[in-house]
Ligand binder design. Sequence first.
Ligand SMILES: C[S@@+](CC[C@H](N)C(=O)[O-])C[C@H]1O[C@@H](n2cnc3c(N)ncnc32)[C@H](O)[C@@H]1O
Length: 257
Amino acid sequence: MKLYIIGAGPGDPDLITVKGLKVLKEADVILYADSLVNEDLMNKAKPSAEIIKTAGMHLEEMVDIMVDRIRSGKKVARVHTGDPAVFGAIMEQMSLLKNNGIDVEIIPGVSSVFAAAAAAQAELTIPDLTQTVILTRAEGRTPVPEYEKLADLAKHHCTIALFLSATLTKKLVKELTEAGWSKETPVAVVYKASWPDQKIVRTTLERLDEEMRANGIRKQAMILAGWALAENMHEQNYRSKLYDKTFTHGFRRGVEI
Ligand SMILES: C[S@@+](CC[C@H](N)C(=O)[O-])C[C@H]1O[C@@H](n2cnc3c(N)ncnc32)[C@H](O)[C@@H]1O
């Protein structure tokens, strides 16, 4: 007995994985967060499938339905936005399901962080500039653990991807500035990455809050901050070792010059 947890991807229905789509098509029951997952994906379900919207449900209500349908022999899929492993709140579902003797199979998805990077045509890890990406969120009503304050994380001066932070930009700018980030640091905000109404706002740390307000962005936004987001990055001369002709590695011998 198991529940399938599927990553739906960031919005564009073509960005679900082949495996995720296969399970979605076979499922007898599909539960999905209608506030975030693209409803068009539900057109791929078989006509007899029971489709349940979960945006208005609490955890126990949702899990009770899953347990009931799985016990009656149905194939049940729970569809999450992006990749379920990032801010997906799947562990609490898994925990209640396991108490009921039900296992899970997780099928990953394209996280909004990568859809946003694609939209901004960015490489988040530029050789010699930054080799680290921190996935986090600004602290709002939900606290973050003591050692994960943005001002501390930002001391690494790497790329930072901020989920769930569209209404917290004032605070975010303050913390990054406290960590020594320059006011000119590039920031790319991608609203509804991969949706037809996707919007990309390129700005600087100093202007971020103002631009968010001017563009009316208050939700469904990925904020990518750091020098890897510089708009003219392709004109700069950063080169990887992987494709450096003088560099020898497991698949290629470097040439001497
Ligand atoms: C509850 S989290 C879920 C994240 C999801 N598991 C993922 O991997 O993208 C919701 C947050 O993800 C980000 N998000 C989700 N979909 C997005 C999209 N299409 N474009 C931009 N940001 C998105 C926003 O920051 C939003 O507040």
